[in-house]
Write a protein of this length. Structure first.
Length: 207
């Protein structure tokens, strides 16, 4: 998040926009770039446990179905922290995930679009404990140890700069988990600073 705060004014101020993207049936574009996330730890937090931003990398593929809508698939490699509360005791675990979404993107203008997608997340390594208040023999676990986590991904994207087939975008996301454990906080915020390239455009547009 801190890196986003640094990069945003640079792109917005010093890179003039020269071309606005126009969705059209048959267009295929891809966006990739660094991704930062933070688990939505609402409510009280145990002493010594901080809300931290975790890094990753995202790749997003978009295929336009008309001049207002697109199908979208995203693959996000990320680190994620989970926190679970039980009987006023806290457990925080962290793991690496492959977060995959499939959904629909709606274009409001040439610069602003939003998407809603079904999401699933797959742990890629053994989770590690960041913080625990539970004594030995009474431990609980978090979704970091599940084979898969399901939910919905909501995103808002804004085009900062573009030139011909290339663009720089800021993509903000919120993941709503539908499979959290009791007393667990598993939703997360995310932001990507992405480079977008138009790989295929409809033939009549070139003419």
């Amino acid at each position: 998040m801190k890196a986003f705060a640094f990069f945003f004014p640079i792109f917005f101020i010093f890179l003039p926009r020269t071309f606005a993207y126009t969705p059209k049936e048959g267009n295929i574009s891809g966006t990739f770039g660094p991704f930062w996330s933070r688990t939505n730890f609402q409510g009280s937090m145990p002493p010594g446990l901080k809300r931290t931003d975790l890094g990753g990398f995202a790749v997003v593929a978009v295929g336009d179905v008309n001049d207002r809508g697109s199908l979208e698939i995203a693959m996000i490699y990320m680190q994620k922290a989970y926190i679970r509360e039980s009987a006023n005791l806290f457990l925080s675990e962290q793991t690496q995930l492959m977060h995959i979404t499939m959904g629909y993107r709606r274009w409001f203008t040439s610069y602003i679009s939003a998407s809603l997608a079904f999401a699933s997340a797959y742990p890629m390594d053994t989770p590690w404990v960041v913080h625990t208040d539970f004594p030995p023999g009474s431990e609980v676990d978090t979704s970091a140890r599940d084979l898969v986590e399901y939910g919905f991904d909501m995103a808002l994207q804004y085009e900062l700069w573009s030139h011909e087939k290339d663009a720089v975008v800021i993509d903000t996301r919120y993941f709503r988990s539908v499979t959290p454990k009791q007393g667990e906080r598993a939703d997360h915020f995310g932001v990507m600073l992405g480079f977008r390239h138009l790989f295929q455009e409809k033939e009549d547009r070139k003419k």
